[in-house]
Design a protein. Structure first.
Ligand code: PEP
Ligand code: MG
Length: 764
């Protein structure tokens, strides 16, 4: 059964035309299920009609001619009920409709199953037999499986345009869905970024110079041959001859006409060498995997391995795409912060990642940079989107590949509205963030990239509440030297001077990996992360702190912040190292004052140690991104549980209240630098809780300021009291939004999207 399914999937995905794909499906299903007829009907959501699209066994002339409404016939009933109908005699069904042209009067047994993709009804797949006998359970289960597999294949083909011939209005497809990474809309061209030597991630693409592409391919083959021969020689004395024979098998496969001939042939027809390699290797792998003989089935992994080897050489000779289009939408199976750095900022319009969620670091950076982003688009066939036009709706988390002109027009209007909305906010840039009843709330920014700095100053940031120092570490291929770090930190401190700049010591681990310092763990978020790494590597910590101290000479606006603190001794050890670094730089002749040092409250243990931690440092800052993930036991990167990650969860709100209260009672300033602070609705609550500073991504700063300038602290406290009585995050959110709407600041709420026709808020 698995093999038959694979064959069908393969046949569908290799067809470039809908009719031939459907014809192949009905033929194959009829054959393997030994039925007399197999037919497929598509549903047109605009006209609410079904149309016969392909058949084996019914009158072929009826294809495309026969159509009926959504509730007509047994096919209509299958669609209406969205479940299979399996009957021994179709003619006895009350909804049976006799259609002469279709030629089904000789059939009695009927099994129809709906073809549903992501809750959308695409059509109905039907098998029929003359014999008056219900199809058995196995047959029903098999057809349901085929239909589910087909639904995905057909929907992807329709959405990505990889298959031609879809009739208008058929397939009521929804956009690909993910979660919002950064709001806003972008329309542009998909550029797929591939992790090294991952064959499945190679996008479809055509080449511009066939001769050059062929030469690259031949060169890669030669390199693989040589490396295999060298490996075989090196292992000759260590491996038995039968194991060594594997290298011969590989070498023979490389010379195998079937494999390399097909790849060359596809390159000659205009495909990129990498695309041709992926396609041919996948086909061979599929063929091997379907073989009954276990030995031959095993050859599938050899072909895969060989394919990967050739690919790594092709990628090595690949010219990096220095020519990104001006409207680049960067797509990847898993976007990383380092990938962001590879595209010139003025060309990067949007981001799409199949993995991750709105709380992943790459999404946080994207928000800071104001780049519309969709994360966790798990169904997205990303490798088919290279060069395709795309709409990225970062607000709703939707992606539309190959959109219609109508949709593009609609979204262009949305982009215009958003620009007007942002313009309306600009008037507040130089106004203080002060409530109607005169309560001042300093608004700071979170930074990491140089572009953040410019954007932050443009928006009137009063300081930096979190400078993520790991970003310059991530975009390099080795640890930056102390001097390099000093230069980077100096530019940050100078740009904001005299405003305070809070530099967080290196916070790697979790989802922030350094390619040159891999940390491979089963449970990285509970593992070697943040301060745990740097205390174990005092040389890295000291070099970083020394660089910060030297960079701050003559400026005096540096603050140092420690991430992932869960024990008092970690703070004591870190403080000792900071004092040592200060002595060292002083001994080197640098005059710089000892900076303020603070602790991040981002793990549950720290929540219960606020007073103890506060007594040892100058300030506290809540990292609500991690605190939410650890309190709720919800991985901030996992799209499957993204709906459970909620900063308005009553437990999170209670923890935040506790932190603010404790810090205020011991007289230590407490801020918040998680993403929550940049949500205008959450900012109202945080102010009411008693947070002294809100630090957020630059993109949201003016929105937060606009909201806080229009409310009183007293009203905010009333709203907080009210939501603290509630026990459900969703109810809290909607109660809060309602209260804010009543207070006259509903327009700014993050969950609103401009598609619903909001007008830009008026100034000040
Ligand atoms: C946080 O955890 O809230 C935070 C600000 O740090 P990061 O997102 O970099 O982990
Ligand atoms: Mg954190």
């Amino acid at each position: 059964m698995l093999n038959t399914l694979r064959t069908i999937v393969h046949e569908v995905s290799s067809a470039d035309n809908l009719n031939s794909a459907l014809q192949k499906i009905v033929r194959r299903v009829r054959e393997v299920m030994r039925t007399e007829a197999c037919s497929v009907y598509f549903y047109n959501s605009e006209t609410s009609h079904y149309t016969l699209m392909a058949t084996e066994g019914l009158n072929p002339l009826a294809v495309d001619k026969i159509s009926f409404t959504y509730s007509e016939g047994i096919v209509g009933q299958v669609g209406l009920r969205e479940e299979p109908i399996n009957i021994d005699d179709a003619t006895s069904h009350p909804k049976y409709r006799y259609l002469e042209a279709i030629g089904e009067d000789k059939f009695r047994a009927f099994l129809g199953v709906p073809i549903i993709h992501r809750r959308s009804m695409l059509g109905v797949l039907v098998i029929q037999r003359a014999e008056r006998q219900r199809f058995n359970e196995d047959e029903e289960a098999f057809l349901v499986t085929i239909s589910a597999v087909l639904a995905g294949g057909i929907a992807h083909a329709a959405a990505t345009g990889s298959m031609k011939g879809f009739p208008d209005g058929h397939l009521s497809l929804k956009p690909f869905e993910g979660t919002s990474g950064a709001s806003g809309v972008a329309i542009g061209q998909g550029i797929v970024m591939v992790p090294p030597a991952d064959l499945s991630a190679v996008p479809d693409g055509c080449c511009t110079d066939i001769a050059e592409e062929l030469a690259m391919f031949e060169h890669a083959l030669t390199e693989v041959r040589e490396s295999l021969t060298i490996s075989a020689q090196k292992l000759a004395c260590r491996l038995p001859p039968e194991e060594l024979a594997l290298f011969d098998v590989y070498l023979k496969m490389l010379d195998d006409k079937a494999l390399t001939f097909e790849i060359r042939h596809r390159i000659e027809s205009g495909l990129m060498a990498q695309t041709a390699l992926r396609q041919v290797v996948e086909e061979h792998v599929n063929r091997f995997e379907m073989m009954e003989d276990p030995y031959l089935r095993e050859r599938a992994s050899d072909v895969k391995d060989l394919g990967r080897r050739v690919l790594s050489y092709l990628q090595a000779s690949e010219v990096s795409p220095s020519q990104y289009p001006d409207n680049t939408i960067l797509i990847s199976e898993e976007l990383t912060p380092a990938m962001l750095g590879e595209v010139p900022q003025d060309k990067l319009l949007g981001l799409v990642s199949q993995h991750g969620s709105g709380n992943s670091h790459v999404a946080i950076l994207a928000r800071a940079m104001g780049i519309p982003t969709v994360m966790g688009a798990v169904d997205l066939p990303f490798h088919k989107l290279a060069g395709k036009q795309l709409i990225v709706d970062g607000t709703l988390g939707h992606i539309y590949p190959s959109p219609s002109d109508e949709l593009v027009k609609h979204y262009l209007q949305v982009i215009e509205e958003e620009k007007a909305f942002a313009k309306g906010l600009e008037v507040t840039r130089d106004l203080p963030c002060v409530t109607i009843d005169d309560h001042k709330v300093p608004l700071w920014v979170n930074t990491g990239l140089m572009t953040d700095t410019v954007r932050s100053l443009d928006r009137g940031a009063e300081g930096v509440g979190l400078y993520r120092t790991e970003v310059p570490f991530m975009v390099r291929e080795r640890f930056p030297s102390e001097t390099e770090q000093e230069r980077i930190y100096r530019s940050q401190l100078e740009a904001f001077h005299p405003r305070p700049v809070t530099m967080r010591t290196l916070d790697i681990g979790g989802d922030k990996a350094l390619s040159y310092f891999p940390i491979d763990e089963d449970n990285p978020f509970l593992g070697w992360r943040g301060i745990r790494v740097t205390l174990d590597h005092p040389e890295i910590f000291l070099a970083q702190v020394r660089a910060m101290l030297k960079a701050s000479a003559g400026l005096g606006n540096l603050r140092i912040m420690l991430p992932m603190i869960s024990c008092v001794f970690e703070v004591e050890d870190a403080l000792q190292l900071i004092h040592r670094a200060h002595e060292e730089v002083t001994a080197e002749g640098v005059t710089t004052s000892m900076p303020e040092v603070g602790v991040m409250i981002e793990v549950p243990a720290a929540v219960y140690l606020v007073a103890e931690l506060a007594s040892r440092v100058d300030f506290l800052s809540v990292g609500s991104n991690d605190l939410t993930q650890y309190l709720l036991a919800v991985d901030r990167n996992n799209p499957r549980v993204a709906n459970l990650y909620h900063s308005f969860h009553p437990a999170v709100l209670k923890a935040l209240c506790h932190i603010a209260k404790e810090a205020n009672s011991v007289g230590k300033p407490v801020g918040i630098c998680g993403e929550m602070a940049g949500d205008p609705a959450a900012a109202v609550l945080l102010m009411a809780m008693g947070f002294n500073v809100l630090s957020m991504n630059a993109t949201n700063l003016l929105k937060v300021k606009w909201a806080l300038r229009r409310i009183t602290l007293t009203r905010a406290q009333d709203i907080l009291d009210k939501v603290l009585q509630l026990d459900n995050a969703h109810v809290i959110k909607s109660t809060l939004e309602l209260a804010l709407s009543k207070a006259g600041i509903g327009q700014i709420l993050q969950s609103k999207n401009l598609l619903s026709g909001n007008l830009p808020p008026s100034a000040s």
